[in-house]
Ligand binder design. Structure first.
Ligand code: T3D
Length: 262
């Protein structure tokens, strides 16, 4: 029923692939709305324990579809604040708020908002051909979709400023070296590697993983005292899960645990 994305669920893993390859999966309103709908389904589908986000074709995502922007000098300037508030900010917040791990498989060029979308995910695997381009500066804009928040935290301020002010392509290997991505794999192996990792995570203590994600996502907003309190609260919840009991029981019995995500 989707036209601009592909969405499927298999063995606890949801796969969401951006599917406007002719414009390098750039975002128009319709694709935003479909991604939003898919997120709604993921949230309400008890089967889903991991999400993999990727793109069809030779690119991951080229950010905003610029053919949708009327920049005719006689027309009123478009209010990009509305676009950010209505579409990009909710998307970034939705990824962070999803309880399960989100793996981004960056299958090619990632530019503009398309370069920052992966940074909001929990793990990033990049195809060797992937390039990260903070393209905003080249058209007079600023990094959005959380770029100004995630980049300095991931790669430090010097690299963040260089990427944001120059908009030069950063290769997958360079991204790996600066800590922007977790793994780089050959292009033809990307989808399978991402799914293998996702399938592993889908057999793990889902609630425990959700608490880990929540704790780490909040850490930069907290001092040590607050974070220690958060760890206490989340550990209390983790200790009440079935999977924790199963983990300890399996360890003591020297057998492989069977986690149910409960
Ligand atoms: O407006 C708001 O709502 C504010 C929010 C903004 C968020 C943003 O993301 S702003 C930044 C927008 N994105 C860009 O500025 C990147 C534009 N694209 C590029 O710089 C290049 O396409 C790439 C570096 C990503 C890839 O270059 P290359 O040489 O591999 O491919 P190409 O030939 O440039 O692109 C292939 C096709 O995709 C081409 O169409 P054609 O000629 O085959 O018909 C190209 O026009 C199209 N395409 C690529 N990016 C976009 C796009 N079409 C529309 N919008 C795009 N962003």
């Amino acid at each position: 029923s989707f036209q601009h994305i592909l969405y499927s669920v298999d063995s606890g893993v949801a796969l969401l692939s951006l599917n406007r390859p002719k414009s390098l999966n750039s975002f128009n309103e319709a694709m935003h709305l479909e991604v939003r709908e898919a997120f709604k389904q993921i949230k309400s589908d008890k089967q889903v324990r991991v999400l993999v986000l990727t793109g069809e074709g030779r690119g991951f995502c080229a950010g905003q579809d610029l053919s949708d922007r009327n920049v005719d000098p006689t027309a009123d300037a478009p209010d990009l604040g509305i676009s950010i508030e209505k579409f990009y900010n909710p998307l970034i917040k939705a990824i962070q708020a999803l309880p399960m791990p989100v793996i981004c498989a960056v299958n090619g060029v990632a530019a503009g908002a398309g370069a920052n979308l992966p940074l909001a995910c929990d793990l990033i695997i990049a195809a060797r051909s992937a390039k990260f381009i903070q393209a905003f500066c080249k058209i007079g804009l600023i990094p959005d979709s959380g770029g100004t928040w995630f980049l300095p935290r991931l790669v430090g301020m010097a690299k963040a400023k260089e990427m944001a002010l120059l908009g030069e392509p950063v290769s997958a290997d360079a991204a790996l070296e600066m800590g922007l991505v977790n793994r780089v794999v050959d292009d033809e192996l990307l989808r399978q590697e991402a799914l293998t990792l996702a399938q592993h995570l889908a057999t793990q203590p889902t609630k425990g993983l959700a608490y880990i994600k929540r704790a780490l996502n909040q850490t930069f907003d907290h001092g040590l005292e607050e974070q220690l309190l958060l760890e206490r609260d989340l550990q209390r919840l983790a200790g009440q899960t079935q999977d924790y009991r199963e983990g300890v029981a399996a360890f003591m019995a020297k057998r492989t645990p069977e986690f149910k995500g409960e």
